[in-house]
Design a protein around this ligand. Structure first.
Ligand SMILES: [Zn+2]
Length: 390
């Protein structure tokens, strides 16, 4: 399960490990070879729900589930047959997707040097839900397909989107493609725009899915983002939450890279996977200021990593904990503050300073509400502590 506030909003980080995909020099991608390969797909169930096997030649190949059942498909879900049969029965599909109140607090327009981006139409307050929507394409990260269905010809993905409604396909195809001509355009669009999604609320090491969204996937990256991406399982929606006040006309940004990685690590990942060089305020600081920023983020990363171990407070001092909290503020990493506040709470509890422990727990609870809203999985864990924390 991909919880953890430091990495929320990270776009498809593990999709290719630490390396970008290598283009596979596959059979030339011609319209006739593509339709021939799409012909290899077969309908497993043609009515509600519609499930299609990606490749008739491979019984174990991935399957495409089109949702909602019985209507033009807004979304395709890609996974094993057993999994999509289960997913098809989720009660959530009988409910209409949540609708955001009108007018939306943002617009999508050209962002100089970045293609398009999302911009605030008015002051958006910290903790406000900016946008929520369901993905048009959701897939297990690891898919099973034949070797002749590859990144260069995009046959697999083209077959998957062929069952979508015209408007959903159009919305997907309108997204940015940062990959060059060595790759199929549908593969490029999906890879450029994937965000991580969860398909279960239970801990599950195989819960490793990606989703592509018509609007959320438009947001650009910043190493000090103004919004946090959160996937809420209950309505099956991706959500953007404002992590600080966003002034009218300011850009709404999320993070595609780990918030606590150094500038060099962030730049490498953004260039390898997303094909751009970040010129955000943090990345363009003078060299010495970048060093200080890297040192602060490194300390936050180290302390956050400790929070999951039994030696969490070994060698730790109150001064170091409070300093790290200051670093989180200085770097403007609001989403990272949750994990740090939780760490501070457990540190002070270990020191038998219960009053201070509870104080940090209250702060963490408030931050969770700001960056993930009422559906926050962390908030649910606080339920039993409400009498202490209220
Ligand atoms: Zn940057």
């Amino acid at each position: 399960m991909k919880r953890g506030f430091l990495k929320n909003g990270t776009r498809s980080q593990k999709q290719f490990g630490d390396k970008p995909p290598s283009p596979v020099r596959a059979p030339q991608s011609t319209p006739s070879s593509q339709s021939a390969a799409i012909m290899n797909t077969t309908c497993v169930y043609s009515t509600s729900p519609c499930i299609v096997r990606a490749d008739i030649r491979l019984p174990e190949s991935s399957h495409f589930l089109y949702l909602p059942a019985g209507r033009p498909a807004d979304m395709v879900f890609v996974d094993t047959l057993a999994s999509v049969k289960k997913i098809a029965k989720w009660p959530v599909w009988s409910q209409p997707p949540p609708v955001m109140p009108s007018p939306r607090p943002f617009r999508v327009e050209l962002a100089p040097g970045k293609g398009v981006g999302m911009f605030a139409n008015r002051l958006i307050k910290a903790g406000e839900l900016i946008m929520m929507e369901r993905p048009v394409y959701a897939s297990r990260r690891r898919r099973y397909c034949a070797p002749d269905q590859n990144e260069a010809n995009g046959i697999f993905h083209r077959a998957a989107i062929s069952g979508l409604s015209g408007s959903s396909r159009q919305a997907l195809m309108a997204l940015k493609n940062s990959y060059g001509s060595d790759y199929d355009v549908v593969f490029g669009i999906l890879t450029t725009n994937f965000l991580p999604i969860d398909i279960t609320e239970e801990p599950d090491p195989d819960n490793d899915f990606l989703g592509c969204f018509p609007t959320l996937s438009r947001a650009n990256h910043d190493c000090c983002p103004s919004a946090n991406y959160f996937f809420s399982f209950a309505p099956y929606c991706g959500q953007f939450w404002a992590v600080r006040d966003i002034p009218k006309d300011a850009e709404i940004t999320i993070s595609y890279a780990s918030l606590v990685a150094s500038r060099a690590e962030r730049q490498k990942r953004l260039l390898d996977i997303h094909k751009f060089t970040c010129t955000c305020n943090t990345c363009t600081l003078p060299a010495q200021a970048v060093q200080r920023s890297d040192a602060r983020r490194e300390e936050i990363a180290e302390i956050s990593a400790r929070s999951a171990t039994s030696a969490a407070s070994t060698g730790m001092s109150k001064k170091r904990v409070l300093n790290a909290m200051k670093y989180v503020e200085e770097e403007g990493l609001v989403a990272a503050s949750v994990q740090m506040q939780m760490y501070a709470a457990s540190f002070f509890m270990h020191q038998l300073d219960f009053a201070e422990g509870v104080r940090w727990m209250k702060k963490a609870k408030k931050s969770m509400l700001t960056v993930e809203g009422e559906d926050s999985y962390g908030l649910k864990a606080f339920k039993g502590l409400d009498p202490v924390l209220s």
